[in-house]
Design a protein around this ligand. Sequence first.
Ligand code: NDP
Length: 271
Amino acid sequence: MWIDCRTIARSIEERTKERVEKLGFTPKLVSVACTDDPSALSYLKSQRKKAEKLGIAFEILNVSPEEIVSTLKKLGSDESVNGVFVARPFPPSFDEKEILSSVPVEKDVEGVNPANLGLLLYDEEIFPPCTAEAAVRILERETNLSGKRVTVVGRSVTVGKPLALMLLKKGRDATVTVCHSRTVNLEEITKNSDIVVVAVGRAHFLKKNMVKEGAIVIDVGINYVDGKLQGDVDPSVEEIARVTPVPGGVGQVTTALLFEHVVRAAERQRK
Ligand code: NDP
């Protein structure tokens, strides 16, 4: 069975729109870009569309590699800006940690600044990373996480690690296993899990024989194969498990949450 993520994304967006109307001013998101990566550019395009729909002002700043850190720092003191997003991936020569540390913490709507990520260790979530939060929101709609055996495949700073911490959070109380490319007997681990989240970046990586019947599977993957978007989960898994689709799954909820965070940042800054 496919999990209906569209409805989840729409309901987040509806609440965001209502909150924008109550704010009394137009909140603003600025996306800083120093990339010609096609998927990053297409994400910026979809941000523009979504911002228009939600009544949020949106600007893209195209900057040179030398300008990126200073631009981010300046945006911190610009009172007309409520949220700051940085387009990734960065070219290999970039110091990712330095750049992300320069995203103003209180405007870090994507939750990428190490200061925001660090709060997850304390079970605090001011701006959790949007994709990890999307996975959690979807899971909480589908099940009670307490005591569930969850396997997260992928240990990136963007998705896998923060997600594992968020699932472990007191109150959510999942039992979490994190797997990666050196994991031995991955199939045995995923097959014994109530929930599997796949954030690997390989098309159709998780096969039906790796999943327990009745499990919930969250597909984070974005892979372009012959120009077609495919997830990390083989479509046949849907025959035995509840699976988020790609496209139309985690990605939609992720974008909806980014804008929810912009409004939350604006509400805080107004106070
Ligand atoms: P990374 O490349 O940073 O991480 C991939 C992870 O997968 C690594 O931890 C790697 O292990 C692990 N891995 C690779 N091969 C295997 C294997 N054979 N068995 C088990 N684990 C393996 O990717 P991201 O986390 O940034 O992204 C993952 C996917 O999610 C990508 O397709 C990306 O495009 C997508 N994505 C989607 C988003 C959305 O909103 N829907 C947002 C962000 C990402 P190791 O650490 O050992 O190398």
